[in-house]
Write a protein that binds this ligand. Structure first.
Ligand code: BGC
Length: 711
């Protein structure tokens, strides 16, 4: 049922709305950045009846809420926070793997659990709303915010996005532990030209519908209560001012029935960054008319909105519609009955939550190369752990934690519990009587303490080297795009020096995104991507190295060989000469969907049923131990009136099999899976032949294929 069809709720909304003055309506649309305005100013906004504040932690939220409840109509404030991978701006909360790392698990259940735990902790802090999940696609990996995405694929992003939304919002928004999710950034933010954050996006409506809309459609189906407007533009119109995208597509077509919040200061951007409005009145009019209900951080909107209505330039019904959308969610959340969420006192980083973070970290570990050195066997008695990210919890956490966000209760010192890779290895190795030595070797950015010779000495005589390289928070996040994705500082030089010892090197990538590590991978005996593994990511890595867990991650994103190769996402459109460079292949170093295990799997007996659109396959664990395989189903439209991708993911399932076990899997494809978007923006199925691929990665050599005819 659409939210506005709940008559009891609508009666309450209409009754409250009818009592509101113009000023109260304008205030209800405001979201004030608590930590960016002077305290007195924030309190004044609360007295004016501001609808929302963001980035408020602890007692300040209580104080603001009391003020709001004491206003004429007593409409409760909605508190929003960026709880992006855990409620991590709070330094005592559980830090989960980044969205990108979480996506490596290809496990919607665990991602839903991440959402649930995060919601419980956010609610326990008395807050209501997280600006998550990010449903942008990371196709140009120079972009600083790759870590915040579920990777490059629309289908995987949609499935995991829906899962985390279920986790945040629970069965009911008024549940003690439920918080409101926010699907962002609507839309195409990741497609910024040159990977330059918040820059213009190169997009057409056909492309928007074909590639970027499907995850938002899934989010709306999952009941997401809020959506955030992206910074970019389409066909020359900023999304902030795009009625077509915000009203026609999002509300009328997808049926979104929550409220839309702008991103940070989008309205001012219309004047001073995108130059489509002369002044703030004009910008406010554009944004409100387009369908933005809540205005993040643009304080000038309040006066402008009032002035616009008073002078007859804006219809007050525009404000009514926005306020209605906001109040509906506040009522649905039960804020009028219980303005403060209660969560579960004592739950911050409790055993159950740590377990959820660890389980996800374990399943996110993605083994990409292994010449047999892993798991470490009895022959490995001494290990040297080397590298800048081996013992750096900031690097392991990545962006959006109390280390990186100015609004957080930012402490200089990391808060326990957490386990770095070095600590994890020490713990597991200790139990097995394996000696561990350590040297940082070099920095990632700062080279003042580099000691390559020292690292060499530490590693000399060991049976294996675990080299932990990557990036640091200064190289990832908003405004932190990179032109060059090679390992920074002297990390490659460190690797070169270690190579001279002729000891097997196992390289671990602790980073916000795929970096260009061809050279290092080539010279390593094993390579494992951990990305930002969260609080216990280091323990998960150690367990994988020693075979206590069997790696089961698969890449949700492709690894370029070189920055100049970007983009390398797998679902590109077919072409002619673009299959190679003069100096490099065009294929990625590691492809979407790739990931090894300590066991092996065999696919056979692919069957396609054109009538039911069922895809069946047999999967056998052909190795010597239990393990998980993520079975991936891809589709290619053989001949279509518009170009369609060489293949695109349409289904997947992660399956656990005992050694020797065989399982029959059946995937039921929907008619929509076979559809495409025409130049006139209509989604249709063009009858004809489709190639179905099934296997363990997006690479042709890993896939069985067959043809199906669809009417
Ligand atoms: C980001 C959003 C974030 C918001 C509030 C913006 O700059 O683009 O993703 O939710 O700030 O912190």
């Amino acid at each position: 049922m659409n939210r506005s069809q709940n008559t009891e709720l609508e009666t309450r909304v209409e009754s409250l709305l009818s009592q509101m003055t113009l000023e109260e309506k304008a205030a209800q649309m405001m979201q004030i950045p608590f930590s960016y305005v002077p305290r007195e100013e924030a309190l004044r906004w609360a007295r004016l009846g501001a609808g929302s504040f963001l980035h408020v932690l602890g007692d300040d939220a209580r104080e603001l809420q009391q003020i709001a409840l004491g206003t004429r109509l007593g409409i409760p404030v909605l508190f929003g926070i960026d709880a992006i991978h855990g409620h991590a701006l709070n330094d005592h909360a559980t830090v989960f793997p980044s969205q990108l790392a979480a996506a490596c698990s290809w496990n919607p259940e665990l991602v839903e659990q991440m959402g649930r735990v995060t919601a419980r902790e956010v609610a326990t802090d008395g807050l209501h709303w997280t600006f998550s999940p990010v449903l942008c696609l990371a196709r140009d990996t120079r972009w600083g915010r790759v870590n915040e995405t579920f990777g490059e694929d629309p289908y995987l992003t949609g499935e995991l996005g829906a899962a985390i939304i279920r986790g945040y919002q629970g069965d009911r928004l008024d549940g003690e532990e439920s918080i409101t999710a926010c699907a962002k950034h609507y839309i195409g933010y990741g497609e910024a030209v040159g990977g330059r954050d918040a820059c213009d996006t190169e997009m057409t409506y056909r492309k928007l519908r074909e590639v970027f809309l499907p995850p938002f459609k899934r989010a709306v189906e999952a009941g997401v209560a809020t959506v955030m407007t992206a910074y970019g533009s389409i066909d020359g119109s900023p999304f902030t001012a795009s009625e077509k995208s915000l009203k026609t597509i999002l509300r009328d077509e997808l049926g979104f029935d929550g409220f839309v919040v702008t991103d940070w200061d989008n309205v001012t951007s219309l004047v001073i960054r995108q130059f489509v409005a002369e002044n703030m009145d004009e910008a406010s009019l554009l944004a409100a008319n387009a369908g933005n209900d809540m205005i993040m951080t643009t304080e000038a909107f309040y006066d402008s909105a009032i002035r616009l209505v008073r002078t007859g330039r804006m219809d007050e019904r525009i404000l009514d519609a926005a306020v209605r959308n906001i109040l509906r969610i506040k009522f649905e959340m039960g804020l009028f009955e219980r303005p403060e969420k209660r969560g579960k006192p004592g739950c911050f980083a409790c055993a159950e939550h740590l377990e959820a973070s660890l389980t996800l970290a374990r399943e996110s570990i993605t083994l990409l190369k292994n010449d047999g050195v892993l798991p470490f066997g009895a022959g490995v008695r001494r290990i040297a752990v080397i590298g800048p990210n081996a013992d750096d919890i900031r690097a392991q956490y990545g962006d959006w934690t109390y280390f990186t966000h100015p609004a957080a209760n930012r402490r200089q010192e990391p808060v326990r519990p957490y386990t770095t890779v070095l600590e994890g290895i020490r713990a597991v190795a200790g139990e097995q009587g394996v000696a561990v030595s350590y040297s940082r070797g070099c920095g990632v950015l700062d080279s003042t303490a580099d000691d390559l010779d020292g690292a060499l000495e530490v590693a000399r005589g060991c049976d294996a080297i675990v080299l932990v390289v990557g990036d640091v928070p200064e190289q990832a996040g908003e405004t932190k795009d990179r032109a060059d994705l090679a390992l920074s500082g002297r990390q490659e030089a460190l690797f070169e020096r270690l190579k001279t010892l002729s000891i097997p090197i196992v390289t671990i990538l602790v980073a916000s995104k795929p970096l260009c590590v061809s050279h290092v991978v080539e010279g390593s005996s094993a390579f494992l991507a951990a990305f930002n593994g969260g609080m216990l990511g280091g323990q998960a890595v150690a367990e994988a190295l020693f075979g206590r867990i069997n790696p089961s991650g698969k890449l949700p994103i492709s690894f370029p060989r070189h920055s100049g190769q970007i983009p390398v996402y797998y679902n590109q459109l077919p072409g002619w000469h673009g299959d190679k460079y003069v100096d490099l292949p065009q294929t990625p170093l590691f492809a979407f969907g790739e990931g090894l295990s300590y066991t092996s799997f065999a696919y056979s007996n692919l069957r396609l049923d054109a009538d039911t659109r069922a895809v069946s396959v047999s999967l056998q664990n052909t190795g010597g131990q239990a393990g998980a395989e993520t079975v991936q189903v891809y589709l290619r439209d053989r001949v279509s009136s518009v170009l369609t991708p060489v293949k695109r993911l349409v289904a997947f399932e992660k399956v656990w099999l005992a050694a020797g076990e065989t399982r029959e899997l059946v995937f039921s494809l929907t008619r929509e899976d076979f559809s495409l978007v025409l130049p006139n923006e209509r989604r249709v199925v063009e009858p004809g032949e489709f190639v179905i691929f099934v296997g363990g990665s997006s690479k042709d050599e890993d896939l069985l294929s067959g043809t199906i005819f669809v009417e």
